[in-house]
Design a protein around this ligand. Structure first.
Ligand code: PR8
Length: 469
């Protein structure tokens, strides 16, 4: 892939993921193929979250008073909020904000809901659209002004320890989610000047796109008691005292779909992990003039067996060249193709083609064992796609011993460069100037202390820098 940006733009159009010709900047239309990928991605996330959280749905509009209550939070978002000022022709007494995120929509209600220690912990999530008037260059799925797939989880706890534990739970949830999608990630604590407005700290997941730039694909925020104090969210302890709660929130967005597409795709187009592929298997009949009906009939039998086994299968019996169909399904990223012609029926075989490896093989379809074989091939595809993505990700992570070396390595090879850094804000800002890229975050090192690459102070943390989206 020589130019990732161009490739990405083209594939979104060609594979009918989204249409970016909608006449409002930063807002796109999900087309049926894209919508299905999004649907299956969200199903995975819902399955994980539903074990511990409850799904809710809050209104889109937030009063100006509520939005303004948490001073640090509102400061962080003030340049990004869209306002509703009129109802029809009538100017509203108080303008209403389109949610940029839902803390200030939810927490006044949490203050009514949380009563006693027996109500806690509370864990909610919603999957909604949010609006951010982004001023940086917008890009479909990557930087949008209407985030259509904003999964936001919000949790409430009695103690600081439980709140800390929840941050770790959220990290586990995202690991599991991204692993199922085969998306590699780097987890780090954001520097203090780059945390979520109002949070005590932010843990972020970053992945690397094929052009070597990193993309933040998920964040977990420890909100401590900041919002509890602002919105008066208290609970009665066993002893009858009233205490403020502790809170976390964590979110992902359309960027997950962008990384799925970018990371697994290749020159032929999309390559989808079976878990989110609209069709996991496509059956293509190889037809000659003689015996065509027999082949079609046979393929229909295979299709219904695979469907009955719970797979998403498509039998393409259109009267067009098989080669044209191959091209189309490769571009759309269907993980497995089966080709069945008269000779295969005679030999009780089918030709299979793996989209990820672009390799052909033959399997026996003599008995119904082939159903399990297809399932296990799909599992192998998921596994191999994940491995391949991690291998490429790890190749993009390098160490550096000096500031010059770090700057040179990011400039020349992109990706992520790691080194020791003291964690001090002034030093960090100076460092960002020198390397002319962003500090992603820090990770505690097990090995013990070393010297900060920039100021020489003792440091137990490594930081990462990268060119970011
Ligand atoms: C929160 N509140 O809001 P966060 N386009 C696409 N994706 C985006 C964009 C954008 N313009 N802006 C952010 N994201 C918290 C947590 C409720 C949930 C994605 O957190 O502001 C980024 O991947 O960090 C980010 O990690 C995620 O949304 C959550 O946004």
């Amino acid at each position: 892939m020589t130019d990732f940006s161009e490739w990405f733009h083209n594939i979104l159009e060609e594979a009918e993921i989204i249409d970016d010709r909608y006449p409002v900047k930063g807002m796109n239309v999900w087309k049926p193929q894209g919508f299905k990928i999004r649907k299956y991605t969200l199903e995975i996330l819902r399955n994980i979250l539903d074990k511990t959280h409850e799904e809710v749905l809050f209104p889109l509009l937030i009063t100006e008073d509520e939005l303004a209550k948490e001073a640090i939070h509102v400061k962080g978002f003030e340049e990004e909020v869209y306002w509703v000022t009129h109802g029809g022709l009538t100017e509203l007494n108080k303008k209403l904000a389109l949610r940029p995120t839902s803390e200030t929509a939810m927490y006044p209600m949490f203050s009514l809901w949380v009563r006693s220690h027996t109500d806690l912990p509370m864990r909610f999530y919603q999957i909604v659209n949010t609006f951010r008037y982004e001023t940086k260059h917008t890009r479909p799925l990557i930087r949008v002004r209407e985030i259509t797939t904003f999964k936001e989880a919000h949790t409430v706890h009695a103690t600081e320890e439980e709140c800390e534990e929840e941050v770790q739970n959220a990290v586990k949830v995202y690991k599991q989610f991204f692993d199922m999608l085969g998306i590699p990630y780097m987890i780090s604590k954001r520097p203090q000047w780059d945390k979520f407005p109002g949070a005590k700290y932010t843990v972020a997941f970053d992945t690397i796109l094929p052009d070597g730039k990193t993309l933040q694909i998920g964040t977990v925020h420890n909100l401590d008691q900041t919002f509890a104090k602002t919105f008066d969210i208290t609970y009665e302890t066993e002893e009858g005292d009233h205490k403020y709660v502790y809170q976390t929130c964590y979110g992902i967005s359309d960027r997950v779909i962008a990384s799925l597409i970018g990371i697994h795709g290749d020159e032929k187009g999309l390559c989808l992990p079976p878990a989110v592929a609209p069709y996991q298997v496509v059956i293509i009949p190889i037809i000659f003039k003689k015996g065509a009906e027999e082949v079609l009939e046979f393929c229909r039998g295979i299709e219904s067996k695979l469907k009955a086994a719970g797979l998403r299968v498509h039998f393409d019996d259109r009267d067009i060249r098989a080669g044209k169909k191959f091209y189309e399904y490769e571009m759309r990223g269907v993980p497995l193709r089966m080709e069945i012609g008269p000779r295969d029926i005679e030999n009780k075989n089918a030709v299979i083609f793996r989209r990820d490896k672009l390799e052909k093989d033959t399997i026996s379809i003599e008995s119904d064992d082939f159903i399990n074989e297809i399932k296990s091939i799909l599992d192998n595809i998921s596994h191999d796609m994940r491995e391949k993505a991690w291998e490429s990700f790890n190749k993009h992570i390098r160490d550096a011993e000096t500031v010059e070396e770090a700057a040179k390595k990011v400039e020349e090879n992109m990706g992520i460069v790691k080194f020791y850094w003291c964690g001090d804000e002034a030093c960090g800002k100076e460092l960002e100037e020198k390397v002319r890229v962003d500090i992603l975050g820090v990770q505690e090192e097990e090995k013990g202390s070393c010297e900060c690459i920039n100021c020489g102070q003792s440091s137990t943390c490594k930081t990462m820098i990268a060119k970011t989206y």
